[in-house]
Design a protein around this ligand. Structure first.
Ligand code: ZN
Ligand code: ZN
Ligand code: ZN
Length: 358
């Protein structure tokens, strides 16, 4: 029989007692068992599913980085761009769990109800002084709490957006001296649109790999020169989507701006001004809001299809063949109505209508 040791204090002995639930580990006494419980429970017969909060707590007690994919996803380690940011995030959680004694169940419920940021703030806010050894991580968290709520980056409040821009800028190698205003000026020409999920995944993964492979100047230079597709390809990540190729290709990004605007409009992004150009894609022919919604729905259907080809759509638009193209991509019913809406729609229809200039 191999030498038995206490799972908690690691001392070996002859009078050790087994864990009554799983019979797999041994302890000196109930004190050692209690100390080890936050770690052992993820391997024991708990009689309920183990949550990612349970796992995060177990990692924290072992002073280990939470390598579990579920923990990395649920507690937004994946959203932290750098090892440094991930380490600080972990130290914040450790302050919460070890310093303030926060339990897995409370953490789990805060996350499920979408109130993780508020939970962290109220826990630390009530603690005076801050837990020893973790004092610096809560102030850091206050600046970077957007990490725990990626949706905030895209909505309000803008302080989350500003910090995330600054962090991303530095992450890709931008100067630490640039502030949000300078950065957003430079970012204005970058594509900001409603991609389909496949496009988003392709772009996000490629970007992530690319920023590790090239210098900031290379990236910036390639973008300005319309050489992004070549840069991606040179690093073994050729872009496949025609839309992305067009987006970054020669003449980009301005050439295909109408397509992005239209996609964004069709998806109905709240709090966004209507793009001035959208009136031309048939919306100026609509007689009421019902027709606007019907046309929007058709655009959304066409652009969200896995084989969507917005550049082919753009070609058809330029040739004044939108109805034919769109009817081919998706059945337009009632046909007569869409024929009327999409009739004579192309960008050569003359001066902008006054409604477009608002
Ligand atoms: Zn022991
Ligand atoms: Zn057990
Ligand atoms: Zn930062």
């Amino acid at each position: 029989m191999p030498q038995l040791f206490c799972q908690s204090c690691k001392k070996s002995g002859t009078k050790l007692k087994r864990c009554g639930s799983c019979s797999k580990v041994w302890y000196c006494d109930s004190v050692c068992q209690k100390n080890n419980w936050p770690i052992h429970l993820v391997d024991c017969n708990l009689g309920r599913p183990i949550t990612t909060a349970d796992r995060l707590v177990a990692f924290a007690y072992q002073d280990k980085f939470p390598i579990d994919p579920g923990v990395l996803r649920d507690y937004e380690f994946d959203a932290a761009l750098t090892i440094d940011a991930q380490t600080k995030l972990l130290n914040m959680y450790m302050g919460l769990i070890l310093g303030l004694g926060v339990k897995a169940k409370a953490l789990h419920q805060a996350r499920l109800s979408g109130k993780l940021i508020e939970f962290v703030k109220s826990s630390f806010g009530a603690a005076a002084p801050l837990p020893e050894g973790h004092e610096e991580y809560y102030p850091w968290f206050l600046k970077h709490s957007y990490l725990l709520s990626p949706s905030l980056v895209h909505n309000e409040p803008s302080i989350y957006k500003e910090q995330s821009y600054v962090d991303s800028w530095r992450f890709i190698g931008g100067s630490h001296d640039d502030d949000y205003v300078q950065i957003s000026k430079q970012l204005e020409t970058w594509p900001d649109t409603r991609f389909t999920e496949a496009e988003e995944d392709e772009l996000a993964l490629s970007y992530k790999a690319l920023v590790h492979a090239v210098s900031f100047d290379e990236l910036h230079g390639a973008f300005a020169a319309g050489n992004m597709p070549a840069l991606f390809a040179a690093h073994g990540m050729p872009l496949k989507s025609r839309f992305l190729l067009g987006l970054f290709g020669p003449g980009a990004p301005l050439q295909y701006k109408p397509v992005w605007d239209l996609k964004e409009f069709a998806w109905g992004q709240p709090n966004r001004a209507k793009p001035k150009s959208h009136m031309r894609y048939g919306f100026n022919n609509c007689r009421n809001e019902g027709e606007v919604d019907a046309l929007k729905a058709v655009y959304k259907r066409i652009f969200s299809h896995p084989n969507a080809d917005p550049l082919a759509w753009y070609d058809a638009y330029e040739k004044g063949k939108l109805f034919e193209y769109m009817n081919n991509a998706t059945k337009l019913r009632p046909k007569e109505r869409f024929e009327r809406l999409l009739k004579d729609v192309n960008r050569c229809v003359g001066p902008l209508q006054s409604a477009e200039l608002n």
